[in-house]
Every structure is written in C-alpha cells, then in structure tokens.
Design a protein around this ligand. Structure first.
Ligand SMILES: [Fe+2]
Length: 273
C-alpha cells in the first residue's frame, strides 16, 4: 500500500494563510506518508520573491517526506516557470518508490502566461516512456482538469488535449490521476472496457481562502493498494477528516462535499409544481 498526501493551490502571495500551511505540515509530520504531491499553483503570480518565500515551507515538507510538484497556471505567470524549475523542482518528473511498487509521473499542463492548459504530443510521448515500467500503483499528476467539475467555473478548466490524456490513462492502466486548479474537491471513476479503472481526483486549495461556494480549504489523504483506493478530504483549518471516495473491487462510494448547480436547481421551489 502506498500512502499519499495531495496538497494543491497553495497560492502563496494571495489569500495564503500561514496557519493553514502550519496545519498541513503538522498533519504530514504526524502521518509520515510515503510521498507528498503538490498539484500546482504553489505561488499566485509566478514572482521570484514568492517562490523564494514559499520554498521555506516546502523544504520543511521535504525533510519529512518525498515530494513531487507540478506547476499550475499561476506559477507560470510572469515567466515564473523558469523560477519554478530553479527553486521548486523540474516542471515534469518521475518518481519511483520501489518498496511500495509505485510510480508517480508529474506532467506540466501550464504554459507561460496562459490560464488554459495543454500537455502536447512531445510531453505525452515522454510520459508514455516514463510509464513503461511494470509497477502496481500507477499515478499521474497535473494541474488542470481532464474532466470538468460542476460549479468550478466554466472557462479554462480543462487541458486542450484532455481526450488524448484520457486515452493514455486507459492504455497505460493509470490507477489515479491527481489534479488541482479550480479548488474544488471532487472525483470521477471511469471503468474502461477491459474492466480496469482510473480514478480522477481533484484537490481543493490547501492553504488559501480562495474557495468556491461553501467549500473549505482542504487537502487529500490517499491510500492506494493494488487498485483499492480510499481518499479522505482533510479540512486545513481544523484538520477534520471526512471520506471523499472509496473504491474497492466492484464497489465505489463517493461523497460529494457540496451541492452542485443542478442539485440547487432541482431543490428550488419551481420544481415543486
Ligand atoms: Fe489555483
């Protein structure tokens, strides 16, 4: 079994709350996961000074656990990708945790000064070669969404070549795809035609007040074991934990943290007649 903490959208430099970050670090310190994955928007404006400040927190995480990060569109503002690579880490990377039979590949969906995301053929080719290794737990991380989420805004949410990445997830039997971007905790499970599954898991903003609707700042605590998956959403303000998704054999349970637009609509008085 591999144990992962997913954090995302730290947004250092705008509505970042140091107390939430301290909570996240203390949780990681207590749990001691195999790896911490950060799915982008580490800083708000791609500014060098923001990267230089936030790395102090990230270095504390790196002292506790292995750490992998991918850039988000906010990291790519103001030519920030260059400094992401200099200060945080490579924009795309592969991590193998041999004793946990696990491979994690982080890819860069962010482009200089663009809100929308794209992976591109060249990177897809690189990713394919990265996954060409027979390990049980197969995880991919990127910032933008592959499938839109209700009530997460409707502009620039998905990568332009999302279809290609979905096909990739099927062909390379990816168990779990981790994403951030619109600060909405969510999940989808797709069962492919040969009965393998991929779970698409989205993380909220872990350390900022940039939440949507009545969401709370949060991060994900994940257990993945040969296809079985348990995901807990942890509230960054008080470290309260709640089950977000459980997937075992032929049973999947997903507890959506809040009502969608359609559910609000269906609950409104106009539908009573
Ligand atoms: Fe963000």
């Amino acid at each position: 079994m591999v144990e992962i903490i997913q954090i995302s959208d730290l947004h250092y430099g705008s509505e970042f709350v140091p107390e939430y970050m301290e909570n996240v670090i203390s949780y990681i310190d207590e749990v001691r996961p195999d790896v911490v994955v950060c799915t982008g928007d580490i800083v708000h404006k791609g500014r060098v000074v923001q990267f230089r400040k936030v790395i102090e927190y990230i270095n504390r995480i790196k002292e506790i656990a292995k750490f992998l990060a991918v850039p988000g569109n906010h990291d790519a503002k103001n030519s920030g990708l260059v400094y992401f690579e200099k200060i945080i880490g490579p924009r795309r990377s592969r991590m193998i945790i041999e004793n946990k039979d696990t491979i994690i590949v982080g890819i860069c969906s962010a482009r200089d000064d663009m809100a929308e995301g794209m992976v591109g053929d060249e990177q897809l080719d690189w990713t394919g070669r990265c996954f060409n290794k027979n390990l049980e737990n197969r995880i991919m991380a990127l910032h933008h969404h592959l499938i839109p989420i209700p009530m997460s805004g409707q502009k620039f949410t998905t990568v332009r070549d999302a279809g290609e990445i979905l096909e990739f997830a099927e062909i390379f039997e990816i168990d779990l795809v981790l994403m951030g971007h619109r600060h909405v905790p969510h999940a989808y499970v797709i069962s492919w035609k040969d009965s393998t599954n991929t779970t698409f898991l989205y993380c909220g903003t872990s350390t900022s007040n940039k939440v949507r609707a009545d969401d709370k700042p949060s991060f994900n605590h994940i257990y993945l074991n040969e296809g079985d998956l348990e995901v807990y959403m942890v509230n960054s303000t008080n470290l309260e934990k709640s089950l977000l998704l459980e997937r075992k054999a032929y049973h999947t349970e997903f507890r959506r943290p809040r009502k969608t637009r359609i559910e609000h609509l269906l609950a409104s008085a106009v539908w009573d007649e």
